[in-house]
Design a protein around this ligand. Sequence first.
Ligand code: SAH
Ligand code: AVI
Length: 323
Amino acid sequence: MNSVEPLDHRSESDVTRELLADARIGLTDSPKWLPPKWFYDARGSELFERITELPEYYQTRAEYEILERYALDIVERTGVDTLVELGSGSSYKTRLLLDAMRKHGAPKRFVPSDVSRSALRGALSALSADYPELELHGIVGDFATTLAVLPTGGERMIALLGGTIGNMPVEQRGGFLGEVRSSLVRGEWFLLGTDLVKDPSRLCRAYDDSAGVTAEFNRNVLHVLNRELGADFPVEEFEHRARYEQGRERIVLALRARRAMRVWLRVPELAVELARGEEIETEMSAKFRRGGVEAELEAAGFELAGWYTDEAGDFAVSLARAR
Ligand code: SAH
Ligand code: AVI
């Protein structure tokens, strides 16, 4: 039986408390930073969907191309009938896996999960209309919450698509992959999308598009803080910045204050001083190479069973099996 109402294990006050703790730590650090998961309120999720259609943002199209070509191969090799998706957003590309599962037998269960309730509800209502035979089980929550409450049974695969793993700081990735591994039993599957290292100028354009959508997406985190924490960030006084750090092979998004300012967060009182030109780092987006992905998966207790790329070699989907 399908349910378009996702399960939410958190209360509104849990979310506010967590946002406040993150803001307190990040905005009093040097340099200042905020975790990227706070981009994704309803507006942030809509802006992300617009990003996926930008001419400069090749990732979504590249991963779609990969899944169009290899989803059936992946499903035939794994025999999965239960798909769990972390950071599922619209689950648009994931339909290619569900379609392949349909061809191969029948998908039994799909468990999309996301911190964005609005994105998840939109995905669930579209999926329940298009896949009436599928058992849908949506979970609102972050990765750790979801992994702790995963349904058991069936031939399971966990998917993390879109290159979202690149948004985790490198120091957190090992722990996260270990949690994914611990939530699976030996022989179960993990499907991981990663954006690949490429020409820095292409990368910078992908994160600083000419229509300014990524800039709006980036500034959206300040709208979230203003609304949820009663803050008074003058959002338009922040300039969108995207730079590529060659040594660390990652894009860094930041918001740069156009003038010196003092910002108040009223839940509870916290004053944040910004100098003119000072930046708040809002997102890292790491770019990967095959050797690095394989080593990180191995270290977490997976073996790499498949490496699929698009024709241009821009993006990769790794199929990994729990050892
Ligand atoms: N998988 C989709 C969406 C990628 S955008 C795609 O490939 O197009 C990243 C998604 O991860 C967003 O929907 C966002 O709300 C979600 N997200 C970000 N941080 C998260 C976290 N810590 N836990 C769970 N979901 C998260
Ligand atoms: C979700 N994540 C993989 C995107 C990325 O490319 O790092 C988020 C994003 N940020 C700016 N544009 C897209």
